[in-house]
Design a protein around this ligand. Sequence first.
Ligand code: PEP
Length: 252
Amino acid sequence: MRKNIVAGNWKMNNDLSESKKLVKGIKKAIKKKELKNTRVIVSPTYVSLNAVVKKAKKSAIEVAAQNMHQADSGAYTGEISADMLKSVGVKIVILGHSERREYFGETDALLAEKVDQALKNKLEIIFCFGEKLEDRKNDNHFKVVESQIKNALFHLEAKPWKNIVLAYEPVWAIGTGETASPEQAQEMHAFIRNLVTNKYDAKVADNVSILYGGSVKPANAKEIFSKQDVDGGLIGGAALKTEDFVALIDAI
Ligand code: PEP
């Protein structure tokens, strides 16, 4: 059965000591919670990964990297490989975030390579995608999401899908305070699950967690998370404060 997930993407926020403080606060706050079917993931910057992995030990918190290079190693100044992530205890990587696509030119083809590299290295992937505002205005949102998923993931066999989490993040809702309505989120999540069913089968589709991301906060989380095909959230702004992040875990 698929899991619910609350994942915090810290983006380029929090230096080393702030990262340690935040993970320590979350660890303390969730210590006595019965999380049952819910996974809690935090994603600090590269420089804090090792420290956060250590602080998260003996807790339910898992740690993800925000990106990764597609090559094994080599002359790629400033980049980080899958092996390097594994060497500091990271088992999950976020790929395809809209900020990577927008500001760093990451294309579906590049993301397909990164997906293969992550899976080859037995890393779990939180794969992000979502339409821009003009796509939604032009009623192209389903087409855009379908092609992002097909181009980066549908070359895979069914088996690796146990290491894939999908994150639908409409670009117009990220960091804008604008949220997709629970109905809009459910409509898209059901569409995505149906795509996976048609390409693979109902078992693969039922087992994949599909997260919603885009201005999720304590005030709107419960309603969004309550939708049938929404299995939690990928959270930016509200993941930076212990109380807000913990409130989102409580909202699942
Ligand atoms: C994100 O960056 O993945 C995100 C959803 O950000 P925010 O929650 O701030 O909109």
